[in-house]
Write a protein that binds this ligand. Structure first.
Ligand code: UDP
Length: 193
């Protein structure tokens, strides 16, 4: 796995198959790890938000999302192997979860949205084990963390928007009993339709 400096942000250069193999190995080995996506808008935000930039650089994976960062890489003198946008990769991670019996927890989006998304995921991946759902407009963070820890997901899908989701994951990573923590932006909104 190669890492390149995209300005001051370290980004991985991988294929989607390599990402899925790595994720499987880490989950099987009971590792905790963070996966974030970086599109051009995220990069711009990271230049104004130091906390977000630091959290990106402390993640286990920062994956290139979209044409903006692809063009940026060309300007910087390197190429990504594949566009690893969250919209395409997250469903493949859910399919992997269904195949390997990884427990999934959905956190984020408006009330009722993740429930609708979960209904669609169950149609698409009948074996998927969704062990918890929490909307993204909660007040009692400690309670939310307690609920997640009781459910013990292998995969925590966090849809709170950039950069809140990356900062939230990084702030509570050590307190939460999950393996793969990933930020997915508006993915639950798309998936609820
Ligand atoms: N969101 C949330 N809690 C908040 C703020 C946002 O759950 O306090 C959700 C919002 O409902 C939406 C997602 O976060 O489902 C982010 O959407 P956006 O289009 O902003 O995502 P991004 O630009 O990060 O892809």
């Amino acid at each position: 796995m190669g890492t390149k400096n995209f300005g001051n942000i370290k980004v991985d250069v991988m294929t989607s198959d390599e990402v899925l193999t790595d994720i499987t190995n880490r989950i099987e080995n009971r590792k905790k790890f963070k996966l974030f996506f970086l599109n051009a808008h995220c990069f711009n935000l990271s230049q104004q938000n130091k906390e977000y930039a630091t959290n990106l650089n402390n993640a286990d994976y920062v994956l290139n999302d979209g044409i903006g960062v692809e063009i940026g890489a060309k300007v910087l003198g390197f190429s990504f192997k594949e566009n690893l946008n969250g919209t395409d990769l997250t469903p493949r991670i859910l399919a992997l979860a269904a195949k390997n019996d990884y427990k999934v927890y959905l956190l984020g989006a408006g009330p009722g949205v993740a429930e609708k998304a979960a209904g669609n995921f169950k149609k698409q991946y009948p074996n998927i084990d969704i062990v918890g759902i929490q909307d993204g407009y909660f007040k009692d963070t400690e309670k939310v963390i307690e609920n997640i820890n009781n459910a013990k997901p292998d995969i925590l899908i966090v849809a709170l928007g950039v950069p809140y989701q990356e900062n939230w994951i990084s702030d509570y990573f050590s307190k939460i009993d999950a393996k793969l923590f990933m930020g997915v932006g508006a993915f639950l909104d798309f998936s609820s339709e």
